[in-house]
Design a protein around this ligand. Structure first.
Ligand SMILES: Nc1ncnc2c1ncn2[C@@H]1O[C@H](COP(=O)(O)OP(=O)(O)O)[C@@H](O)[C@H]1O
Ligand SMILES: [Mg+2]
Length: 195
């Protein structure tokens, strides 16, 4: 019999539009996402992750779905918890910019790196916002990890196999991502050089 994981409010890391994300009570390397809305989109996302896993796609800069888990709040989805090397949950890009913890050069370079990674690996995305990127700091290095928004853009089965369509989905996301990032940086004074 599978065990039911007991979730309590103290474990809450953050809430998005559709899901609440909790620390796994027994394992510091995992988090559990519980839906607050109907699961249609999530099902599509899960299937897409399983497809990427089967294809052996490089998962370096995305947090892959790792299966379902029974919780006191209903069925949850298991993901690796993105944390810094001090054990703290990493900040989202929104929190990082607001807290003035990144310089403009690093911000541009890391966004560029994430963009190239997604396009080179033909990974489709939708809705990539600064709330869906974690800024992970390990061994003096910063990496941007996409924790939400890896998804097939539509129901066309061809769209996950055609590199041009994957690029198109990422390009579309990047326009609105950059608008959001620029809005955040103009509202905050982001230093030009190392923070
Ligand atoms: N893998 C993760 N590691 C650490 N924190 C996470 C992770 N996934 C989500 N979070 C936190 O939880 C919030 C909501 O999760 P998210 O998956 O974006 O939900 P939604 O699909 O509703 O937008 C994020 O903005 C982030 O703060
Ligand atoms: Mg989100």
């Amino acid at each position: 019999m599978t065990q039911t994981i007991s979730i309590n409010p103290e474990l809450l890391i953050g809430r998005g539009r559709d899901r609440a994300c909790y620390r796994h009570p027994d394992d510091p390397d995992f988090c559990i996402k519980v839906g607050t809305k109907p699961e249609k989109q999530t099902r599509r996302e899960k299937r897409y992750f399983l497809y990427l896993l089967r294809k052996g796609v490089d998962m370096r800069f995305i947090a892959p779905y790792m299966g379902d888990i029974k919780t006191s709040h209903g069925t949850g989805a298991l993901f690796p918890l993105i944390h810094d090397d001090n054990g703290e949950v990493s900040l989202t890009l929104t929190q990082t910019i607001k807290a003035n913890q990144i310089d403009r050069g690093t911000l541009n370079r890391k966004l560029d790196q994430l963009y190239r990674y997604l396009v080179d690996n033909h990974i489709c995305t939708r809705d990539v916002s600064p709330n869906n990127i974690m800024v992970r700091r390990r061994a003096g290095q910063i990496d941007f990890i996409l924790i939400d928004g890896v998804s097939r853009p539509n129901l066309n089965p061809l769209s996950i196999r055609l590199p041009a369509l994957a690029k198109r989905s990422v390009d579309k996301c990047w326009v609105s991502l950059m608008q959001k990032v620029n809005k955040l940086t103009t509202a905050t004074v982001v230093p030009l050089h190392a923070a």
